[in-house]
Design a protein around this ligand. Structure first.
Ligand code: FES
Length: 250
């Protein structure tokens, strides 16, 4: 056995540094573990559970699990992919994720992870929620039926943009994202289209106005390559070049 800091993913030896999670070490080594609430640029949160792996026989969240010597991680057996597919199917029926009608199609992490896991149908009964659309902001529109409550916009607005524009409110299945403004409307916040918080949404819940089809469907980031190869959509956009369509690193 190696004396270095290493563990195994699907039999491959992976090095890690002190403080790394399994996800950190895996992504650095080019080993893709599906994730939605995690963005490698920010602190992990551990809420969506899509990054589930089996470690020494136990199901664990790889984005929050500290890496340790000698771990044996199953990231790609049919059994673990099946678990992720089930979690994805639950996310799909809990919201209204109508991919062919969504402007984010082809650049959406939720859609791309579903493809990557081989999800072919929703399996469960759709909830068909009727959550509001907020179009009060001059540059952005919010489709709450597409929100998976990953909390990335909340965390990034608070920790990176230092604005705390969003909050999570309510409990259980009534949890939702709200705006911290006197009217509860996005247009009455100090949110700007250049804020990092608006570019980290892994679904089509936060979209810029006027840019919906700048890159044609079929030529977008995940239309061209699978998410396991290109990684998170937010990585491919600067704040000056909005994030809707994906497609290139410029
Ligand atoms: Fe790990 Fe969401 S990516 S729990």
């Amino acid at each position: 056995m190696s004396t270095e800091n290493t563990f195994r993913i699907d039999g491959r030896e992976i090095s890690f540094k002190d403080g790394d999670t399994v996800m950190d070490a895996a992504l650095r080594a080019g080993e893709y573990i599906p994730h939605l609430c995690h963005n490698p640029e920010y602190k992990p949160h551990g809420s969506c559970r899509i990054c589930v792996v089996v470690v020494n026989g136990k199901h664990q969240c790889s984005c929050t699990l500290p890496a340790a010597r000698g771990m044996d991680v199953d990231n790609s057996s049919e059994a673990i992919v099946e678990k992720r597919r089930t979690l994805l199917q639950m996310l799909f029926v809990e919201g209204n994720h109508v991919c062919p009608a969504c402007e984010k199609s082809g650049a959406c992490q939720l859609q791309a992870v579903a493809y990557q896991s081989g999800m072919l149908n929703p399996h469960f009964t759709h909830f068909f929620p009727k959550r509001s659309i907020d179009s009060s902001h001059p540059d952005l529109v919010f489709y709450f039926n597409r929100c998976i409550l990953c909390g990335l916009c909340v965390r990034v607005s608070r920790d990176v943009d230092k604005k705390s524009v969003f909050s999570l409110s309510g409990r259980g299945h009534k949890t939702r994202i709200i705006f911290n403004s006197p009217t509860g409307k996005a247009g009455d916040t100090e949110l700007a289209i250049t804020d990092r918080a608006v570019s980290v949404c892994p679904t089509g819940a936060i979209l810029p106005k006027h840019l919906g089809y700048e890159t044609p469907v079929g030529k977008r980031l995940y239309d061209c390559k699978p998410i396991s190869v290109v990684g998170d959509a937010a990585r491919h956009h600067s704040v000056k070049k909005p994030f809707i369509n994906g497609g290139s690193d410029e």
